[in-house]
Every structure is written in C-alpha cells, then in structure tokens.
Design a protein around this ligand. Structure first.
Ligand code: NAD
Length: 363
C-alpha cells in the first residue's frame, strides 16, 4: 500500500507512527484535520491482523471525527489513534505511559479519549505523561465515562425523529428495537423505558442482555433478525455496517436512530432509506453527545453545561431534516454537507483573522 496515496487522497494532515521497544507499544495517531481546532478522538486498542488494517482503520475513524465535531458545532478537528495489540494481554502501565509521551510530543494538535479497548482508568494513566487527554475520572477533574451522555443525546435525537415522522416527540407507547445493550445501549434502554416506550433488546453478550432484562424488564429478540422487527424505531447500538445490501429490504421500521458509528455500509444506503421513506438520523450527529461531553472537559468540566449542549442534538437534527427536504437528498448526505460547509466557512474566518490581526514579523 502507498501510505502517501492514502493520506493525500483523504486530505489527512499528519500520521504519526509510535514505536517503543521496551513496552512493546505500536501505535498510529492520525490527524485528519485541525481546520476547526485540535484533533480530538479516542484511542482504540485492538488486535489488528496487520499494520495495514490498523492504518486503514485509524484513517477512516479520524476522518469521521472531523465531521462529527463540525456537525456538533465544536471548535475541534478530527483525529484518532490505534494501539495494535490485545488489550487484555498487552495493556500495561508502561505501554500506556509510553503512548502518553508520544501524544505529548504533538503539543496539543491531537487530544485523546477512550474508545474500544480503552477505558477511563487507562486515560488516567496516559494523563500522567500528557496534558492532552479527556474522559479522565472525576477525581482528576475529568468528565468520566461519556457513554451515559451519548445515550442522553441519542434520546434527544429520537424525539426529533418522532416529531418529524409522527408529529409528536413523545416516546410513550412507541416500539423500539434496540440492538446492543452495552455501555450506551443499556443507558439508553433505561431512558426509553422511563419515557414509556416498549423496548425489545438483543445482544450477542448474554451477560449484557441479562443485565438489561433485570434492570429494565424489557423483552428480548434475536440478534440476527432484530433489524427486521416491526417497530417505530430501530436503534443500532452495537456494530457499524448494519444497514447494508442484505438488511435494507428486510427493514420494517419507520425510523433508524442509534448510537453505533458508521451504520451505513455505503453512502448509497442512505439514499435507499430515503426511497423507502425510512427516516435515518445520521449517526455522527446523533451520537455526538460523548464528544460534546469530553470537549467540555477542555474548559473545566461542567456537567450541567455539557448536558444542555447535548440537548442541542434535537435542533441540530431538525435542521438536517429540513436541509434534506429542501435539497432532496438523504439525511446522511445533508449531514455531511452541513459539516463540510461549516469547516469551509469557519476555517476561512480563521485565515482572515490571522492575516489581519496576527503578530507582524518586524517586531
Ligand atoms: P459496548 O462495547 O459497551 O457495547 C456494544 C454492545 O453490542 C455489547 O453489549 C456487545 O455485546 C453488543 N454486540 C456486539 N455485536 C453484536 C451483535 N451482532 N448483535 C447484537 N449485539 C451485539 O460499546 P458502546 O460504548 O456501548 O458503543 C456502542 C456503539 O456506539 C459503538 O458502535 C460505538 O462506536 C458507538 N459510540 C459510542 C460512544 C460512547 O460514548 N461510548 C460514543 C459514540 C459512538
């Protein structure tokens, strides 16, 4: 693979390969864009088959973060990092601190957070070597696990979808097929039940499923066919790529609104959903609550303020639905257009300000 072909083609700014023999660290940090601000995105610790798979993943994920931050109206760019290895076997204090040293060398161009394979405690360790870490424990002034905030944001977005489709944002009596009751899905399930929805959950993990049933008294469905259940809302909160050539024709929901990243296998699937009159809440808008929450940590965390901003997802989605209708494009394309337009406008303002008011070179 030509690395530069990948980087240039996708408009990436910087890719950093981090290697430390003593701790066994092999990590890649990808900075897609700092046009709107420092590149913030989590660290994924995953047993990639090879380096190429890790590179492709970090490039794809970092690009997604640029659009997520832009659509959420944050002054952040997009970045992501991957550590190659099995978190259960290879994660040590030494390795995480070595990784933190690399983040520190970037001087704030990249800010990290937790992701698949990393958790709150790991961020506390990385923080010992670098200032550029979010999602730390409350005891360190951090905002803690972002998942419940992500779930709260998804709930707000679901209400915007219900208003759009049924003319009423209430969840009372609405049927929801919830796929994945992990960190986000479990918290979301609690909200939905409290708001009077009839929820059916499915999960590949029997323990997580049992926890949801015991905590929230919900029905269970088959993980392989949940997407085909007749429901007002299908909420994918597990894996990406769940809307694909195979599942599209089986869908029997009116709305798709869930936390999972990259739900559409390809962009065209968003167009197909529009043809089928299924309202799709673009994932990177709907699940931006966690990012909004960790961004707040950068200014001294205030939970009330963060939650207030997360509630803005409701209006944000409404705006995207209007754009989609006016331009006669899918909601997914409307969300992407919105993010790109914001990057273009705001980065231009910044260029102007630097040229006019920046320090002159002759003093
Ligand atoms: P998690 O790992 O805690 O939960 C995922 C759940 O999905 C697990 O219970 C897992 O067993 C289940 N699952 C896996 N494969 C499944 C399948 N085929 N069918 C049914 N269930 C399956 O992860 P999470 O933090 O809750 O995140 C869920 C999704 O939301 C991910 O796609 C993640 O990228 C995205 N997301 C999370 C956050 C956050 O704040 N945690 C923020 C934005 C986006």
């Amino acid at each position: 693979m030509s690395v530069f072909e990948h980087i240039n083609g996708g408009g990436y700014e910087q890719i950093v390969f981090c290697s430390d023999d003593h701790s066994g660290l092999r990590a890649i940090i990808a900075i897609h864009s700092t046009a709107l601000g420092p590149a913030l995105g989590g660290t994924r610790f995953y047993p990639y088959r090879n380096e190429e798979q890790a590179l492709v993943d970090v490039l794809r994920l970092s690009r997604g973060m640029t659009y997520k931050a832009a659509a959420a109206g944050l002054d952040l760019g997009g970045g992501k990092a991957v550590i190659i290895g099995d978190p259960k076997r290879h994660k040590t204090e030494e390795l995480l601190r070595a990784y933190g040293r690399f983040i520190e060398t970037l001087g704030g161009r990249y800010i990290t957070a937790e992701d698949v394979g990393t958790a709150l405690e790991d961020m506390d360790v990385v923080r010992r070597e670098s200032r550029w870490v979010t999602g730390c424990s409350h005891t360190y002034g951090g905002s803690g696990d972002p998942s419940p905030v992500t779930a709260y944001g998804v709930l707000q977005g679901m209400k915007a979808c219900l208003l759009e489709v049924f003319g009423d944002p209430s969840l009372k009596g609405r049927t929801v097929a919830l796929q994945g009751v992990g960190k986000v899905g479990h918290a979301l399930c609690g909200h939905l039940v409290r708001e009077g929805a009839q929820v059916t959950v499915a999960d590949a993990d029997v323990d997580n499923l049992a926890r949801a049933v015991s905590d929230h008294h919900v029905q269970t469905g088959d993980p392989d066919t949940l997407h085909a259940m007749e429901a007002d809302i299908y909420a994918p909160c597990a894996l990406g790529g769940v809307i694909n050539d195979d599942t599209l024709s089986e869908l029997r929901c009116k709305i798709i609104a869930g936390a999972a990243n990259n739900q559409l296998a390809r962009d065209e699937h968003g167009d197909k959903l529009r043809d089928l009159s299924i309202l799709y809440a673009p994932d990177f808008v709907l699940n931006s609550g966690g990012l909004i929450n960790v961004e707040d940590e950068l200014r001294g965390y205030n939970r009330e303020r963060a939650m207030k901003r997360v509630e803005g997802i409701y209006k944000q989605l409404q705006h995207i639905f209007t754009m989609s209708q006016e331009k006669r494009i899918s909601t997914a394309r409307a969300a992407m257009d919105y993010a790109q337009e914001r990057i273009r406008k705001i980065s231009r303002i910044r260029l102007v300000r630097t040229a006019e008011y920046g320090p002159s070179s002759d003093h």
